[in-house]
Design a protein around this ligand. Structure first.
Ligand code: SAM
Ligand code: SF4
Length: 338
């Protein structure tokens, strides 16, 4: 059944599964979780690795081709290298990637590469050390920079670096984008999303006024480029990084990398949504902006392939046509995995 295609009720092919392997994190980013963190899941509630492997096996036989491990911070979970190896060896899985804050990459990048990890996305919102600590509350900029270096040295390609753009932070977008010039880095901007915090505190302090649209970021970067006597960004056609995501890519002429824009607020890409999400406690989520979720943990624990497939199919059948600009979900990004 490895040739199977999984289509949802709106005709979209679903071939991408994002799996959060932990809700724990070594940072406390202001747009992702409250200052005192979120109540961690009990050990028994978290999907075991054999349960994750069972889910991916069935998902692969139903048409899932790419898996991304995320969190919380996926690299804080013990044994993640072995999990990568097992998932990468599942027939039908063509691509295993990881989203990380990069802090643990200097000690783990080579083992992850050896285990079959193809690509990493690293989150970094600013190149200003004080602002980095302000945003992450407890982090140190150099740790994430070292993580990016380790990812490049270990040979991951592409290395994508993701920044959440938040107006009140007044980040230096131009300096961030210019990191794509001398290194094969794909620097991407993500519009601030009102996920988590419920309707009372959506997106942990999110406010519509804090959303900077990708069009505005592009203008800010290009105005600055012109003011500094360099060329503005142009659409990147030939050197787009691989991946099935919704970003649009640009490039400074002659740059080794690209600059990408992900605009879930201003230009939602629901019509090309290709993914399901699985939370660390084994809930399949059809949409990031919905509290709809389907429990797969019991099915995975039983190892019953039919039961696992039934949950995947049910969640897929419930994928909404679009997110309708929902503001505030029960679960935050660190609990869903972004
Ligand atoms: N800890 C890892 C990391 O930071 O890369 C993986 C998990 S994190 C929840 C996944 C992604 O979600 C990160 O790129 C993060 O910047 C992004 N994210 C978190 N909260 C967000 C928000 N409110 N709006 C947009 N992106 C957000
Ligand atoms: Fe942790 Fe990633 Fe959330 Fe930051 S964005 S708090 S690194 S899970």
């Amino acid at each position: 059944m490895n040739g199977a295609l999984m289509k949802d009720a709106h005709g979209r092919v679903i071939d991408y599964l994002r799996i959060s392997i932990t809700d724990r994190c070594n940072l406390r980013c202001i747009y992702c979780m409250p200052e005192d963190g979120v109540t961690p899941l009990c050990h028994d509630d978290i999907l075991r690795f054999d349960e994750i492997v069972a889910i991916v096996r069935v998902a692969a036989s139903s048409g899932i081709r790419r898996v991304r491990l995320t969190g919380g911070e996926p690299l804080v979970r013990k044994g993640v290298v072995n999990l990568v190896r097992e998932v990468a060896n599942i027939p039908g899985i063509e691509d295993v990637s990881l989203t990380t804050n990069g802090i643990l990459l200097p000690r783990m990048a080579w083992d992850l590469k050896d285990a079959g990890l193809k690509r990493v996305n690293i989150s970094l919102d600013t190149l200003d050390a004080a602002q980095f600590t302000e945003i992450t509350r407890v982090g140190c900029l150099q740790d994430t920079i070292d993580g990016i270096e380790a990812a490049l040295e270990a040979g991951f390609r592409p290395v994508k670096v993701n920044a959440v753009a938040v107006r009140r932070l007044n980040q230096d977008f131009y300096r961030f984008a210019r990191m794509s010039v001398d290194r094969p880095l794909h620097m991407r901007f993500i519009e601030y999303m009102p996920v988590g915090g419920g309707e009372e505190d959506p997106g942990c302090g999110w406010d519509e006024g804090d959303v900077i649209t990708c069009d505005e970021i592009l203008s800010i970067i290009n105005d600055r480029a012109v003011a500094e006597g360099s060329s503005p960004l142009v659409p990147a056609e030939k050197s787009r990084p691989v991946g099935g995501g919704p970003a649009s890519y640009y490039q400074f002429p002659g740059a080794l990398g690209t600059v990408g824009f992900i605009s879930p607020r201003s230009r939602h890409f629901c019509s090309s949504c290709n993914r399901l999400r699985c939370t660390a406690d084994g809930k399949i989520m059809p949409c990031l902006f919905s509290d709809d979720r389907y429990d797969i943990k019991a099915a995975a624990a039983s190892g019953d392939e039919g039961a696992i497939r039934a949950v995947l199919n049910e969640a897929m059948g419930r994928k909404p046509d679009e997110h309708h600009h929902r503001v505030g979900t029960e679960r935050g990004m660190s609990q869903i995995g972004g």
